[in-house]
Design a protein around this ligand. Sequence first.
Ligand code: SIN
Ligand code: FE2
Length: 217
Amino acid sequence: MTFDLFENQELPPLGKEHLAPGAVLLRAFAYADAALILEQMALISARSPFRHMTTPGGYDMSVAMTNCGNYGWVTDRRGYRYTDRDPITQNCWPEMPNTFYQLAINAAREGGFDQFQPDVCLINRYAVGAKMSLHQDKDETDFAQPIVSLSFGLPAIFQFGGMLRSDTLKKALLTHGDVVVWGGDSRLVYHGILPVKDGDHRLTGPYRINMTFRQSG
Ligand code: SIN
Ligand code: FE2
């Protein structure tokens, strides 16, 4: 068996799964670019390190976060917001690599959104046991623009509900290279991530990495 053949057999199939009106799961859409994206992420986190932010209610998030792009999403006791500087380094957030930008706009287009110009990439790092409670992404000003979410490394269960926290939840297992795009009628749905199970991924080790692209303004 040649190396190339082996590599080809490893490639999971691409596929588009309908989650809800305006929401699709693009299986393996980021798979081919994963190694490059994760290398570029390491350069970003060397400049703006992963940190556990505090919610307005005073809880430390289990997910470690950083950002790249013109703006970054932050939370502290003063609330949720976008800032043009990293509050830890006081510098601008690292630039969004073109690979990230192109992949995000290609995924948005595949999901039916062709005007997407993300200026924020929030990078979430989940260690084993980390989770993201149900929430809505509503700190942006233009809800006509979608959220594009890339998953790498350890798998996790994504919960995707409705406009009310109490609405029925759909569950989808997100694996390395999967991309979810949600906008339109699904733009403000509640969503979250169940605690990440123990594992070891060849590219991320004992972590799940998620990148969400947003157009802040
Ligand atoms: C988020 O909602 O910001 C994160 C989603 C994910 O980790 O897949
Ligand atoms: Fe979110």
